[in-house]
Design a protein around this ligand. Structure first.
Ligand SMILES: Cc1cc2nc3c(=O)[nH]c(=O)nc-3n(C[C@H](O)[C@H](O)[C@H](O)COP(=O)(O)OP(=O)(O)OC[C@H]3O[C@@H](n4cnc5c(N)ncnc54)[C@H](O)[C@@H]3O)c2cc1C
Length: 496
């Protein structure tokens, strides 16, 4: 989204723009409606990346774009699942409401206040990094242990917090923690990718399609030595893994933070400041994985948005099995089973409600998400089916057949290496801000560069606008004889 949005603005401004996309089969990055995944599935039920937009009326880009393009969206109350003890027995609605209220009060009202008033100098036994502690340590130290030990709260920690932050609470900064539960969350039944198409193809019959070259994995961006390196005539040379060379006056790099952290792209020292390098190291790139199961018939309540399973003592069996394998110990060293287990396919979304397809989508977050990537498709399918049997009872799933299955492995995806940015202990907003302070000719955009909406499509989109403006400004200042930027319609730049 960041690259495509920036390219659309610059293309409309009359520049010659090329997008170099590393993947050989698609553009869109973490917006990915996987049309090939399950026969006949062409919408939200095969959204492997972003799914939700949040209609807060002012800030949300997904909403604005879908309104502008007349793409229908539907309300999705996934934050409020029906909760099961197991064996088709539901937590009573009134109990659930009270628990939820209690959780919100403790987690989003009381805890942040206690964190704000916390004085690190008097808590000598805490592990302190730059005066910050992890959310989990904060919960324990400040007297909210109930939030970790109670099974309903363990479920909510995964369903609401981990699934949003993309990392377990033991890694997340307490200081940067805020109420993250969005209101009026909506899904695009046609699939998220439809939002990108008009930007790429051009709309109004006036815009040119964007030039996207696939299979161009960039491995280095340097000053071109064939040209004088001085302020008035500088070119960048971009090299791909397969040896293609491109030169350009300016580059916006929008690869995910995970790719930057993996150091697979070499930059000239002068292109990236020390501050930015430090931020890349300090910020975290989280993980969440999905499993999409298509069935021959519907065995779940059709009209509900989401289903949740409370962790229970039997459900640790997979984690125990995985622990027996020494090679996998590193991904399964959670403090207790219920914590890890609560993050493994305990949350399910009812795809049928949005698309009419007999699809359920299960979620694995944090450590459990890493665990899923180490297991085979069959293993994963069996675990997921067992969880569904636990929720709805064995009887209901007796005659059920899985017609198709697809699951994500975002960590192993070399063009993502995770799902979205989060704040580990010790990182701050300044780390996100540092990316936009670069003065060119290399610019950086992407969700990880937006302090207001990092981790989201909106964040990526708005960072693309910011970077496109910076490029126009840079080219105009340095090469105004080459670019007649005076003629640019300001509206082209101001669309958000
Ligand atoms: C599972 C999942 C669920 C999500 N759910 C939501 C949600 O519900 N709502 C929401 O708002 N956000 C959600 N997000 C986050 C959202 O998808 C991202 O924040 C956003 O799409 C990021 O856009 P971007 O342009 O910054 O990066 P990307 O979309 O990752 O684009 C980066 C591009 O760079 C390419 N690339 C990488 N390396 C190279 C290289 N070396 N050379 C050339 N090209 C390269 C990639 O292939 C990709 O096309 C979710 C993400 C995931 C993965």
């Amino acid at each position: 989204m960041a690259g495509i949005k920036a390219a659309r603005i610059l293309e409309n401004a009359g520049l010659n723009v090329t997008i170099l996309e590393g993947r050989h089969d698609r553009y869109g990055g973490r917006i990915w409606t996987n049309y090939e995944a399950m026969n006949g599935s062409t919408g939200a039920e095969v959204d492997m990346g972003a799914s939700w937009i949040c209609d807060d009326g002012i800030k949300n880009t997904g909403m604005k774009l879908s309104l502008a393009q007349k793409i229908p969206t539907v309300f999705s109350d996934f934050l409020n699942p029906i909760l099961y003890h197991g064996n088709d027995s539901r937590v009573h609605d009134d109990d659930w409401k009270n628990i939820y209220k209690d959780y919100r009060r403790l987690m989003f009202d009381e805890l942040p206040l206690s964190i704000e008033n916390w004085d690190p100098t008097t808590k000598k036994n805490l592990k302190i990094t730059d005066g910050d502690i992890s959310l989990k340590v904060a919960i324990r130290t400040l007297g909210y242990s109930k939030l970790l030990s109670d099974p309903v709260f363990a479920f909510l920690n995964s369903h609401l917090i981990e699934a949003d932050i993309g990392a377990e609470m033991g890694l997340t900064s307490a200081k940067m923690f805020e109420d993250i539960t969005a209101k009026n969350t909506r899904i695009i039944p046609q699939g998220y990718a439809v939002i990108l198409k008009p930007l790429v193809d051009g709309s109004n019959g006036q815009e040119q399609p964007l030039k996207i070259l696939l299979d161009k994995e960039v491995i280095s961006i340097k000053f071109d030595k064939n040209y004088k390196i001085n302020e008035t005539d500088r070119w960048l040379r971009i090299t791909t893994k397969k040896g293609d060379l491109f030169k350009s006056r300016a580059v916006i790099i929008t690869v995910p933070l995970g790719v930057l952290k993996a150091n697979t792209i070499i930059f000239d020292e002068k292109l990236i400041s020390r501050n930015v390098k430090r931020s890349i190291g300090k910020l975290g790139f989280g993980l969440m994985n999905k499993i999409h199961l298509k069935f021959n018939e519907i065995f779940w309540p059709k009209s509900y948005h989401a289903f949740g399973l409370l962790p229970n003592k039997d459900s640790c069996k997979y984690i125990k099995e995985v622990r027996k394998n020494p090679k996998r110990k590193h991904i399964s060293n959670a403090n207790n089973c219920s914590e890890l287990d609560a993050s493994l396919y305990h949350s399910w979304i009812n795809g049928y409600l949005y698309t009419g397809q007999k699809v359920l989508i299960g979620y694995a977050t944090g450590k459990a998400a890493r665990l899923t990537e180490a297991l085979s498709d069959d293993n994963i399918k069996n675990i997921a089916l067992d969880k569904l049997r636990e929720i709805f009872g064995k009887k209901k799933l007796n005659k059920i057949k899985v017609a198709a299955m697809v699951r994500t492995k975002w960590l192993q995806d070399r063009f993502a290496r995770g799902t979205w940015t989060y704040h580990p202990t010790g990182s701050t907003s300044a780390d996100l801000e540092s990316f936009s302070q670069i003065k060119g000719p290399l610019f950086i955009a992407g969700e990880h560069t937006n302090p207001e909406n990092y981790g989201t499509v909106t964040g990526a989109h708005n960072s693309g606008i910011r970077a496109a403006r910076a490029v126009l400004d840079y080219l105009y200042k340095n090469y105004h004889h080459e670019y007649s930027l005076e003629n640019i319609d300001p509206n082209l730049i101001n669309i958000d």
